[in-house]
Design a protein. Structure first.
Length: 363
């Protein structure tokens, strides 16, 4: 049986800002862009009693908390602190699956310190993180990723919670179904309509019924309700795409301005592709007209998409397939996907492509 720890930093971005700026300590703050289109990235614990939370619009957050202080993000600083935290992780195990800058799964079944209990490892990790970064983390411990992640949220901030195998079914049975991984607002609403509000009620449904209602993911819900999650802690993830997008302060409706923004997004994408070394053949354009309506258009090519001229030409073709001339654009994004397999990368061969050449009559 595995021993899995989920470490989740407490209000990470906001806590870093408060650590580095004493005048912000004790105040309700939100990290994000202070504008009409700004979104809260992280809210400090002082702001949360007002109902301010991540993914909320800055405008709404200010209405809920008039004294809210908006702080611009400093991602390079957050990345540096994240590297310090991962150095602590590696003192105990190299089987680490980063989820984001501020959270990760650790498999400590076999650990470098040869410690018997995962809770002792988690406690030491928390102490070392606090000593080296002056930040707090919460830890969840269990025999799989599902329960470890849920557990890390049980006693925030600066908490630790263990779900023992003997108590797993009772623990899941008492949970609101929204706490289970993969059950978002829409799925939860559908389950509520079925009379399912807690894990114990979900457990009463058959696998066949869940698959009939939710498709293949019904199998996952069936297993999760029983504390079954066989997913290992994955050290490396194969990147499937590289992209970038922009949300505009004011909706774009002038054609020349739209094309100029498309050009700048293309430049950003080319730079990201170069830095990541990612290779793909499918270009996807994403447009958002308003808060609820968005579309995507894609094109796949034979050759690798990495040059500005190639990407910009395809991007303009995709844009022409949309209704962009008649609808103001709130957000625009580009991404390259369809990664090249290792076999393809190793066995790259010239490809003959039929083309048209002008015929010249010399006679």
């Amino acid at each position: 049986m595995r021993k899995i720890i989920h470490i989740d930093m407490d209000a990470f971005f906001a806590s870093v800002e408060q650590r580095d700026n004493p005048e912000l300590r004790g105040k309700p703050i939100a990290v994000g862009f202070d504008g009409t289109r700004g979104v809260v990235s992280t809210a400090s614990y002082e702001a949360r009693p007002y109902g301010v939370h991540s993914a909320m619009s800055i405008v709404q957050a200010k209405k809920r908390c008039p004294d809210l202080v908006i702080v611009s993000p400093h991602f390079e600083r957050y990345k540096e602190v994240s590297r310090q935290i991962h150095e602590v992780f590696h003192e105990y195990t190299d089987i680490i699956e980063p989820i984001s800058l501020d959270e990760a799964f650790l498999d400590v079944t076999e650990n470098k310190m040869r410690m018997t209990y995962a809770k002792d490892i988690a406690n030491e990790i928390k102490q070392k993180i606090k000593a080296r970064t002056h930040l707090t983390a919460s830890a969840g411990i269990s025999y799989n990723k599902l329960l470890a992640k849920i557990a890390s949220d049980m006693r925030k901030p600066d908490g630790m919670f263990t779900v023992h195998p003997c108590h797993a079914l009772d623990f899941i049975g008492s949970l609101p179904i929204e706490k289970l991984w993969g059950i978002g607002p829409k799925t939860a609403k559908k389950m509520h309509e079925m009379g399912v509000f807690k894990g114990e009620q979900l457990r009463e449904l058959s696998r066949t019924h869940l698959v009939r209602v939710f498709g293949k993911v019904g199998n996952v819900y069936y297993d999760f309700a029983r504390g079954i999650d066989e997913r290992p802690v994955v050290v490396h993830h194969d990147r499937k795409s590289v992209g970038c997008e922009r949300t505009f302060l004011e909706d774009l409706h002038i054609e020349s301005a739209i094309v100029i923004e498309l050009y700048h997004i293309t430049l950003d994408l080319v730079e990201r592709l170069s830095k990541s070394g990612f290779e793909g053949r499918t270009l996807t354009l994403k447009l958002k007209w308003d808060a609820t309506t968005q579309i995507t258009r894609s094109l796949t090519q034979e050759k690798i998409l990495c040059k500005k001229d190639d990407i910009l030409l395809l991007a303009k073709r995709l844009l022409a397939e949309t209704d962009y001339k008649n609808r103001p654009i709130r957000l625009m994004g580009l991404s390259v996907s369809s990664p090249v397999s290792e076999d393809e990368a190793f066995n790259k061969k010239p490809i003959w492509i039929e083309g048209d050449l002008p015929f010249v009559d010399f006679m």
